[in-house]
Design a binder for this molecule. Structure first.
Ligand SMILES: [Fe+2]
Length: 299
């Protein structure tokens, strides 16, 4: 039996929460790849696909196991798609135009577990501030690009990471919850992943709650789908401002640890970075962009 996946988080009932969002991501990714597309990477020390034969026939989408065998080494890779800008019905958010999403329920809907006043302040003040400051940072970076003045690049990159992550994680937090008694049970695909990756919902919850209780300071506990390992992961985010925006899929990375350049460049990182431009593998960026683009969420 083939699972039927909704394609957008906003189409998912409240009871499915963020777990379903990540499952949707996987389903969308698979549903949009045509036969022959190359979506997998060579085996690495992390790749356990050989030991990871799915045991559950229905629920685990099977197509990616087929696609794995169709992998074409990077050296033979030729971009196949005639790529234009995404035609996804969800429009991209242009710099400075993020908006605070409304709560998907009334402020008092979570009473007995989360009181109305807490929810109102959390959403209307804290989350709103993240959105406002994200917009401010994005516009500042746009100004920097236009002027070529990157004097304050470190400050604005930190701001865009801190506030972008705050906006994304809070948006997911609201939809991760539903009024008491209405959350239901894990749906079939979620159930299958929980069984395979954690040994069932009770083991999942034991690990998730232990991890949540052990987060130091302010932070988050996250159940996420790792598209590289094709599995669910529970992760702690102790400081979401650590220069990432949750959900971003890397396309191009430059290692700027000293071990990457010190023997040739010593402490001249700028020289290494400048020369690194000549190493950039644009077909590979295109390949990864083609993999990532189908994963468009709405918040
Ligand atoms: Fe918060």
């Amino acid at each position: 039996m083939q699972a039927s996946y909704p394609l957008r988080l906003k189409q998912v009932p409240n009871d499915n929460s963020v777990v379903y969002a990540f499952i949707c991501y996987k389903a969308v990714l698979q549903s949009r790849h045509k036969k022959g597309d190359m979506i997998m990477y060579p085996s690495s020390s992390h790749d356990t696909r050989e030991q990871h034969t799915p045991q559950i026939q229905y629920d685990m989408p099977q197509s990616h196991y087929t696609l794995q065998s169709q992998y074409t080494p990077q050296s033979q890779y030729t971009p196949q798609s005639q790529y234009g800008l995404p035609t996804d019905p969800i429009p991209p958010v242009t710099p400075g135009r993020h908006v605070l999403p409304p709560l998907p329920y009334a402020y008092n809907a979570l009473e007995d577990i989360i009181d109305e006043k807490t929810l109102r302040i959390h959403h209307d003040k804290h989350h709103k501030k993240y959105v406002e400051d994200l917009n401010k940072a994005e516009l500042a970076l746009q100004t920097a690009r236009n002027s070529g003045d990157y004097t304050y690049i470190k400050h604005w990159e930190k701001e865009v990471a801190f506030n972008g992550s705050g906006h994304i994680l809070h948006s997911l937090y609201w939809t991760s919850m539903s009024p008491p008694g209405s959350g239901g049970q894990p749906h079939p695909a979620t159930q299958a992943y929980l069984e395979r990756d954690f040994g069932g919902i009770s083991h999942f919850w034991a690990q998730f709650s232990a991890a949540a209780n052990a987060v130091e300071g302010s932070g988050w506990c996250v159940l996420g789908y790792n598209p590289y390992f094709r599995s669910l992961e529970i992760l702690q985010a102790e400081k979401h401002q650590n220069l990432t925006q949750w959900g971003v899929i890397p396309l191009l990375v430059c290692d700027v640890w000293e071990h990457a350049y010190y023997l040739s460049y010593q402490n001249e990182r700028a020289k290494y970075v400048k020369n690194w431009f000549g190493l950039m593998n644009w077909p590979e960026v295109e390949h990864r962009l083609n993999q990532a683009e189908p994963a468009s969420y709405s918040l």
